[in-house]
Design a protein around this ligand. Sequence first.
Ligand code: AMP
Length: 282
Amino acid sequence: MKIITTISGLRKELLRVRQRGEQIGFVPTMGYFHEGHLSLMRRAVSDNDVTVVSLFVNPLQFGPKEDLSRYPRDLKRDAAMAATTGVDILFAPSVTEMYPEPLATFVEVGKQGDVLCGAFRPGHFKGVATVVLKLLNIVLPGRMYLGQKDAQQVIVIKKMVRDLDLPVKIVVCPTLREADGLAMSSRNIFLSPTERMEARALSSALERARQDILRGETSARKIISKIKKLISVGTSATIEYIEMTDATDLMPVRRISGDVLVALAVRFSRARLIDNTIVRVK
Ligand code: AMP
């Protein structure tokens, strides 16, 4: 596996790949890898001739009071983990490599970036979409791999790809979980041992909600208040939001039908965690 830190170096390498007529798969990440990241890499390696993983903690998507400065970083560890999956290139640019001068041009993402996490992290999805568009223009992959864990990110990026006619196919991969159900996240290291135990309540409440919906519950309000109760009784976390939306456009749902997304975000003392489930109602 090659580690490349400059845009020109990566472009030079990938030009040769394209001239050979080979397919490029791309996995954008912020690093501090866990099995969730590795599952995206393995899928990309099996689908494509050459797989590129980017590792870039993008300042543009962090608010002024968020955890940019303490976001976990360990390039040596990440490189060793990525290499085990068969990834060909790890692209790890510096902030000045990606943003040599202040940007004047951004991707505006519209209402799908304003709800759920976007309501609590203003400008977050604009920062995500802008860096993903830059990375797509640098890598020019045929396929890009995203995790269902970040359901809103998937919807925002898919919409950008359609709106701007980007020549890339999005492949969405399932959320990988710890044995007790907690969704894997780079931020889980910030949980205290007690919080780590409590955090099981997030996935178990979502699973209960899924069961209730599949058994015929049609009131979004009832489902949401049950999740709220399970989390507020079972954890010390502050609930940021628990919402039910249409799974394709993120618009709020009252009476449950079709494909619905149940999504939540909570804050523990040092970690903000998100999780979600999509339920398909016949
Ligand atoms: P991040 O480094 O957190 O920005 O995540 C990079 C990519 O990995 C994104 O597409 C995430 O959705 C995906 N990802 C993060 N956690 C998981 C997980 N537990 N299971 C599957 N994919 C994940």
